[in-house]
Design a protein around this ligand. Structure first.
Ligand code: SF4
Length: 192
């Protein structure tokens, strides 16, 4: 076969090259993809970037032995997820780079009043400090009655916002907890 220049660009370089050389590289590409995830563990999760909350499958390599550090090798859309049915937008498709990233924050951090930097703290300390701040703020600002003397029992000085990876169960507990404190301003980005 002697393709014309126009035909070459119409068919695409890969397709023509495969035809000219007499073999179809598509099968080789499919095989390579299969090998990449052949021995991985699949974990279903949600893309954390936006309110669509697309389902993803995270492929992790490692035989779960104690001396083996699991390694994420691939992230793809979940074909069984009702929201996206396997598709991902460019942001979701780059999740692999989000997981394997030296700049990813994996510990709680706090920036103290007047400080110009964030410091790492333990989870126990973070929970203790958040609880202390909530208690202090609530004690100081809780509104029992409005200007007309009507009972309102509300806390306007604390807001709560959730993320798209929060489950329905988590959100149920969050709303119950916040309402019990009197919090009026609570929101979640997800519309699922
Ligand atoms: S894949 Fe794209 S559309 Fe889906 S949740 Fe992530 S950012 Fe949103």
């Amino acid at each position: 076969m002697q393709p014309t220049r126009r035909k070459f660009f119409q068919l695409g370089a890969g397709g023509v090259a495969a035809t000219v050389l007499g073999f179809d590289v598509r099968k080789a590409y499919a095989q390579a993809q299969e090998l990449k995830i052949a021995r991985t563990t699949e974990t279903r999760s949600l893309c954390p970037y936006c309110a669509v909350a697309c389902g993803v499958i995270i492929h992790t390599l490692g035989d779960k032995a104690k001396n083996v550090t699991p390694q994420v090798v691939h992230v793809e859309g979940d074909p069984d997820h009702p929201t996206n049915r396997g598709t991902l937008c460019p942001k979701g498709s780059s999740l692999y780079q989000d997981i394997l990233n030296d700049r990813r924050v994996v510990k709680p951090q706090v920036r103290r009043p007047g400080s110009d930097h964030w410091e790492d703290i333990s989870w126990d300390r973070a929970i203790e400090e958040v609880a202390r701040h909530i208690k202090k703020t609530r004690d100081e600002t809780f509104v029992e009655k409005d200007a007309q003397g009507r009972t309102v029992n509300r806390l306007e000085s604390i807001g709560f916002i959730g993320g798209c990876t929060d489950t329905n169960e988590f959100n149920y507990l969050a709303v119950k907890s916040m309402r019990s404190l009197g919090v009026c301003y609570l929101e979640n980005q997800a519309r699922v």
